[in-house]
Design a protein. Sequence first.
Length: 294
Amino acid sequence: MSAIVLVTGGAGSMGKLAVKRLLEMGFSARVFDLPGLDYTELETISGAEIVKGDLMNPDSIGPAVEGVSAVVHLAALLPPASEKDRDRTFAVNVDGSRAVAEALAEKSGGAPLILSSSVSTYGDTTGDSEPVTIDHPQSPIDIYGMSKVAAEKICMDIYPATTILRISGVSVPAFSEPPEVWPFMKNQRIEFIHRDDAVTALCSAVVTKAARGKIYNISGGASWRMTGENYVADYFDLLGVPVEEAQFQAEPGWCDWYDTRESQDDLGYQNTGYAAYLKQIEKTVQELMEGFDE
């Protein structure tokens, strides 16, 4: 029997991709997520086991960690939902992470815990030198970032075999409606990462012994470094929309450029440059337009 990797939040977009990637790597994958979600796609995948539960009920995580060789902990409340209810966000993101770490320590001590954290924990770094390093002070400016700072500390305190991945903004290669207001200033430095590369980093951390107990910045690399206006202009150009219609924040968001040299050396995940991402988006938009023409 192949080793089992638990993916919390495994029914989500990145979770499903992580499950598929782990299976390709020769692992069995166990999915832990909320009972009311759609598991249709996962139920058709050979080697994927589903355990339904809720991180707000700590007792439900115990059976999920039984006998696992690693945990990829993705389950969390993300923005904008995280900003609507601080107590609920901390219950899921902080207390839920504590429950995972405690259960793992009790039942599968030694198995690596990969915590999906966020560069949002650094807060506003626009006045600082770039790139942002992992030893930069954490001073989050939103509830989500605050919850991730707390989750990091709890996991490291309870379970030293934790690997923390502070992931930057994730770009999904699919069409989506532009936000009413982009979450950064027009001239702010931003460096996002392709969703597939973020998944690669998470799964690579499972098998990289050098990653145990480390903190990494996870972002796209040099080709993804630009300003907010550059990023939006490229997207709007593919949609045929003038960039002048874009609305940007008046105050800084938590985006910046990041030092990813060590994470890339250890995890080897930066495989999709920004130009390749734009090509994927262009193809998606073209297919969408062709569908409208039929």
